[in-house]
Design a binder for this molecule. Structure first.
Ligand SMILES: *[C@@H]1O[C@H](CO)[C@@H](O)[C@H](O)[C@H]1NC(C)=O
Ligand SMILES: *[C@@H]1O[C@H](CO)[C@@H](O)[C@H](O)[C@H]1NC(C)=O
Ligand SMILES: *[C@@H]1O[C@H](CO)[C@@H](O)[C@H](O)[C@H]1NC(C)=O
Ligand SMILES: *[C@@H]1O[C@H](CO)[C@@H](O)[C@H](O)[C@H]1NC(C)=O
Ligand SMILES: *[C@@H]1O[C@H](CO)[C@@H](O)[C@H](O)[C@H]1NC(C)=O
Length: 469
């Protein structure tokens, strides 16, 4: 557990400290907040993250979402700002008389438009901490010479904070900034922006069906307490989001209180987000795998490449936004609700009238702030029952994942030849970026070359002050 979680969660620790013969029920809303969850490691599945017996990581590629931000522009404009404006308007309500909402008598808004999309202090700390955990995890690997980030401020600042965590001497690691553009085809860390078949609003129609359903009794309950406020489903959604945002800004939030929203209600909020991401960047969209494949292919090629290729690094880290990682997971076949071997329509695994608690697709487990995906090459000798050699495995937020059917190695890993065959299989499913995305420009890149193309350069060296800049 990272140190700042202790600061964030004293209330929940108190609530759950009474142990009896039965296991005390514990519930932490911050682990069910989809894309608004502070970084945590859900251990899903609860497999040990240590390398399998006899294996040592010799190379790794990481794709990370940026760390915690104050607020996302869509969330602010759609839910948070309207709720705050309404609350500021309703000065006649005596909140102090309503136990579950009494904090609203003294509350101040944690965020304004000016902070949209900016990294929080905690976000900078999270990214620095990632560097330190990677240095602990890979004591045998050379620290990177270059780190990559898409060009938004929050991804660049996350990368700078990570680099500061890696650097023992100033100005030793370069930050390569990759433009976020509509015209770079598959060759960027934001390929969804250059894929016309992708729409940022996809999934909101389906998720709003479930939102209305789960929020209905909450809206009725809150309106019984403060009728003149006229709470809506969107207010409820925004208040629950504020639990996450306010926590990463201030260290805690009264909106996380379980007397205000119950555990079942948080699970329903989470499912609403999961429906949205299922259709937006998950298995419910036919372009997800197409958007995610270029990164999977580039990373797999780097990992399988020879040890002496030009500019080869032991450790590759890249920062992007929440949209890319889930599409790469689809390209890799991970967190597929229909696996193993399920048949029928995958959309049926995400019903719009009840929660599928057994789903594999949980956005809180995939894309909290700084949520990350790693692929490792392991050198294994003396792994009983397996020949010596190179093996490959994937981890999501530090939990090893089984690639479906790629399982001829120790632990969740698979051999070089199986991994290569698996990659080719996925390439045949999802290649053809321009065609499947409907890119008009015939010359738009079909593959991701930012890690190997010398023209990309070595980036800008990052000095010490950059962490708090
Ligand atoms: C706030 O009150 C003013 C004046 O009654 C009204 O015009 C405005 O629409 C209200 N805004 C919100 C967000 O309720
Ligand atoms: C799932 O639903 C989406 C949106 O309606 C649709 O485009 C997609 O084809 C469906 N997937 C399957 C496998 O039927
Ligand atoms: C690269 O080096 C590792 C050990 O450092 C070795 O296990 C592996 O076989 C080498 N791979 C290639 C492709 O040369
Ligand atoms: C998801 O799993 C089902 C069942 O095994 C499989 O048919 C389907 O191809 C998988 N989807 C992807 C994108 O890998
Ligand atoms: C980047 O660094 C590598 C290794 O230090 C060096 O060989 C190469 O010339 C540099 N490229 C540029 C464009 O400076």
């Amino acid at each position: 557990m990272s140190p700042f979680r202790l600061v964030l969660l004293p209330v929940f620790h108190l609530l759950t400290s009474i142990a009896g013969f039965t296991t005390a029920y514990r519930f932490d809303p911050l682990e069910h907040l989809g894309g608004v969850a502070p970084y945590f490691e859900p251990h899903d599945p609860p497999v040990s993250s240590a390398p399998p017996q006899g294996c040592t990581p010799v190379r790794a590629a990481y794709l990370s979402r940026h760390a915690a931000i104050y607020i996302n522009d869509f969330d602010y404009e759609e839910y948070i700002q309207p709720f705050i404006a309404k609350w500021q308007n309703h000065t006649a309500i005596d909140w102090s008389k309503i136990p579950s909402l009494s904090f609203l008598a003294r509350w101040t808004a944690p965020v304004s438009e000016a902070e949209e999309e900016l990294l929080t202090r905690m976000g900078k700390l999270e990214a620095t901490e990632l560097a330190i955990s990677l240095s602990f995890r890979y004591p045998g690997l050379k620290m990177p010479q270059r780190v990559w980030a898409s060009s938004a401020e929050r991804t660049v600042k996350s990368a700078q904070a990570l680099i500061r965590g890696f650097e023992l001497e100033e100005n030793t690691i370069g930050l390569v900034v990759i433009e976020e553009s509509k015209t770079t085809g598959a060759n960027s860390l934001t390929p969804y922006k250059s894929c016309p078949a992708y729409s940022p609003s996809t999934g909101s129609k389906q998720s709003s069906v479930f939102l209305k359903r789960f929020a209905k009794p909450i809206v009725a309950r809150l309106n019984a307490l403060a009728p003149s406020f006229d709470f809506t489903a969107d207010d409820v959604y925004g208040m629950m989001e504020l639990c996450g945002y306010e926590s990463v800004i201030r260290g805690s939030s009264p909106f996380c209180n379980l007397d205000l929203f119950s555990p079942d209600e948080w699970l329903a909020w989470e499912y609403t987000a999961d429906i949205m991401y299922h259709y937006n960047t998950g298995y419910g969209s036919s372009v997800s795998g197409v958007i995610g494949l270029p990164w999977f292919k580039a990373a797999a090629d780097l990992l399988m490449g020879s040890n002496d290729s030009t500019n080869a690094q032991d450790l590759y880290v890249s920062f992007t936004h929440r949209e890319l990682t889930p599409t790469v997971l689809v390209a890799m076949g991970l967190f597929n609700n229909s696996e193993p071997g399920g048949a029928g329509c995958v959309n049926k695994t995400m019903p719009l009238d009840q929660i599928n608690h057994r789903r594999a697709w949980k956005s809180s487990h995939i894309m909290p702030f700084m949520g990350n995906l790693a692929i490792e090459r392991l050198a294994c000798t003396g792994s009983y029952g397996f020949p010596d050699g190179d093996y490959y495995r994937a981890l999501v937020n530090n939990a090893p994942q089984q690639l479906p059917g790629c399982r001829d190695g120790p632990g969740t890993s698979c051999s070089h030849s199986s991994f290569d065959a698996y990659l080719q299989d996925r390439v045949s499913m999802f290649s053809g970026f321009s065609d499947k995305c409907g890119v008009a420009d015939d010359d738009a890149p079909e593959v991701l070359t930012i890690y190997t193309d010398p023209a990309v350069g070595n980036g800008t060296l990052v000095g010490k002050r950059s962490i708090w800049e």
